[in-house]
Every structure is written in C-alpha cells, then in structure tokens.
Design a protein around this ligand. Structure first.
Ligand SMILES: Cc1cc2nc3c(=O)[nH]c(=O)nc-3n(C[C@H](O)[C@H](O)[C@H](O)COP(=O)(O)OP(=O)(O)OC[C@H]3O[C@@H](n4cnc5c(N)ncnc54)[C@H](O)[C@@H]3O)c2cc1C
Length: 313
C-alpha cells in the first residue's frame, strides 16, 4: 500500500517510477488467498478505516468503481463463548477481496513482482539495485524501501541514520489460519476481537460483500501467542488455532480445510514518530505503516507523505 501510493503520486508528477516487489502479486499484507472451494480468504488486513480526507476520497472512488464496499458484518468481542459489543467505526473491504484495492492502485504503474531486492549500493550519484539471485536491477536516482522496518534496515545501509531509525521500529508477528467449514458456524457474529485466548481476532470472511458463497473464516493468533510459536510449522499451527477457535466459541467446530500463514512482521507496535524517512541529498528513503500508523490508511499516508518530500523542489 505505501509503495503503491508513493509510486502513484510520483508517476502522476512525471517521475519515472518502478515498483519491485518480492511477492507473487502486489499488495503485501493487503492480500487475498484462494481456498480449495474456489472462494478466497483475506488472511492479512481484515478491513480498513478511513479518517484522513485524502484517503476517504480514494475510498469513495473505489466504492464508486465497485472495488471497495462497506462491510456490515456483526462485529463484537468473544470471550470463551460469551459475545459482547465492540466499537463500530465504518469498516471497508476490497471487493471481491482485500487485494482488489492494491491491484487498482498498481494498475498502469510499472510494477515488477517476484523480485526481492537484496542490495542497494552507491554508484556515482545513483544507486545500483541487485536482486537476491544476483540480477542487476539497474540504477535509480532515488530508492525507497516501502517494506516492513526490519526488512528496510539492510536496504538503507547507504544512509546509516535512516537504517538506525528503521532499526528502532518493532513489528509484532501474527499466525493467520484460513479455515473452511462445511456448515455455518453458529455464532451471532461475523468478526470478533477475541479475549482470554491464543486468538486476537476471528472473522467470517464470507460475510464480507462480494465474496463467493461458503463458510470461510480467518483466525488471527494474538501477537504474544504468535511470537511464542513463531518458528513452528504451518502444519502444526493450523489445528492449534482451530482448537483455540472452538475454545473461544465455547463449543467444538471442525474445519474441512485449515491452512496457516506466518506473518513475521504483521503490525507495528508502536510506529515511529516520523511519517516517512528521507535523506534528500542521498536520494534514499523509507515509508510504510511503521512510520505513520499501524494500518492500511497509515501505510497509504506514509507513502503519499514521502512522495511529496521527493517531489518537493
Ligand atoms: C494479519 C494482519 C492483520 C491486519 N489487519 C489489519 C486491519 O484489519 N486493518 C488495517 O487497516 N490494517 C491491518 N493490518 C495492517 C496492514 O495490512 C498494513 O498496515 C499495511 O498493509 C502495510 O502496508 P505497507 O505498504 O506498509 O507494507 P506491506 O504491505 O508489508 O508491503 C511491503 C511490500 O514489500 C515487499 N518486500 C519486502 N521486502 C522486499 C524486498 N527486499 N524486495 C522487494 N520487495 C520486498 C513485500 O512483498 C510487500 O509487498 C493487518 C496486517 C496483518 C499482517
């Protein structure tokens, strides 16, 4: 989100921008995975809120185009079978999956996926980028690491002060489980902040607008539980979090499909003070949710803030 927001603003201002992403598609933590029944799961970001006027305007444009919609799911708390109320901001989701909004932002940009940048080295007044496979990715006047802070640190080696600032940011992990059931899970909720549990959040993905029919849930391990089990295998974690879901519901449920995904860097806790990092003399910078705010909107605003700094005369 932050990198695509930055690329859109700079491309619009006439800069030549290329986005390099190690992922198979664009979107990073704003991502959607296929399930065995032909449906999908949003296994990263669950929904987004929009408070800043600029982001609100973009969300409204997405809604007009049908690639985002309000999610009217019943959201509450779940504590060992007991349902409670939760805050009720307007929650938006991508349609038909969260990554639809990333795809929309990427549309028309020069994006290359499936390439992990490993080195950013000074060459004259420019930066030479090299991939993890040793491929020469070319020269750039300005390089931005729009990646989670720990992954930004090595890319910012040419600006040690920025690398140190990125190094001070912490991101907590999250084990996510994508679980499919052959019958509706009987609970009067579509999304819940789970308390007193290894889980912190569960959502009936199929309650979001524009999803294929079925009964698909996303279960998120709490930051503490996910950190404690970080190096376990996905195969080991899936049944553990489904069991935790049963415990949270107060009765047993059995998934017909359960796949776990480890988000090593899920959520900034807390973000650093600056909305972005930039050394104009060197042409090296960084942005992301760990700068402006720990959410989709924060990542967007961080990317826009940095684009404006780069474009400033
Ligand atoms: C489980 C989970 C639940 C969440 N729930 C919510 C929620 O409900 N609401 C909300 O607003 N936010 C939520 N978030 C947070 C939200 O997803 C992020 O704040 C936002 O998507 C971050 O965007 P970003 O651009 O900063 O980083 P990312 O999305 O992490 O993007 C970084 C990109 O950089 C790429 N990359 C990394 N290293 C390299 C490299 N060396 N070379 C090339 N490419 C590289 C990655 O592939 C990725 O595409 C959640 C996140 C997670 C993981």
């Amino acid at each position: 989100m932050s990198g695509l927001a930055l690329a859109r603003v700079l491309t619009g201002a006439g800069f030549g921008v290329r986005v390099l992403d190690k992922g198979r598609g664009s979107g990073g933590r704003l991502s959607t995975r296929k399930s065995a029944d032909g449906g999908t799961f949003d296994h990263g970001a669950q929904y987004f809120t929009a408070r800043d006027p600029l982001f609100r305007a973009l969300v409204e444009a997405w809604m007009a185009e049908g690639i985002a919609a309000e999610w009217h799911g019943r959201i509450g708390t779940l504590t060992r079978g007991v349902v409670g109320p939760a805050k009720a901001p307007v929650r938006y989701v991508g349609v038909p999956g969260m990554n639809a909004v990333a795809k929309a932002l990427a549309d028309g940009l020069d994006v290359r996926t499936g390439v992990r940048v490993e080195r950013v080295e000074r060459e004259g007044r420019a930066w030479r980028l090299t991939s993890e496979t040793g491929e020469d990715l070319g020269l750039a006047e300005v390089v931005v690491a729009a990646v989670p802070a720990p992954q930004a640190v090595p890319l910012l080696a040419g600006a040690p002060e920025l690398a140190a600032q990125a190094g001070s940011a912490r991101l907590s992990p999250c084990w996510a489980v994508m679980a499919r059931f052959d019958a509706p899970v009987a609970v009067a909720l579509d999304g819940a902040f789970v308390e007193d549990s290894p889980l912190s959040w569960v959502a009936r993905d199929t309650s979001k607008p524009g999803r294929a029919p079925g009964e698909r849930w996303v279960l998120h391990g709490s930051p503490e539980y996910s950190a404690a089990h970080l190096e376990e295998t996905a195969e080991a974690m899936a049944p553990k979090l489904v069991a935790a879901f049963s415990q949270a519901l107060g009765r047993d449920v059995h998934a017909v499909e359960a796949v776990a995904h480890r988000w090593r860097f899920a959520m900034p806790s807390p973000p650093i003070e600056a909305s972005s990092l930039y050394d104009a003399a060197l042409g090296l910078g960084a942005c992301g949710d760990w700068c402006a705010g720990p959410r989709v909107e924060g990542a967007f605003l961080s990317g826009v803030a940095l684009a404006r700094r780069i474009a400033a005369p």
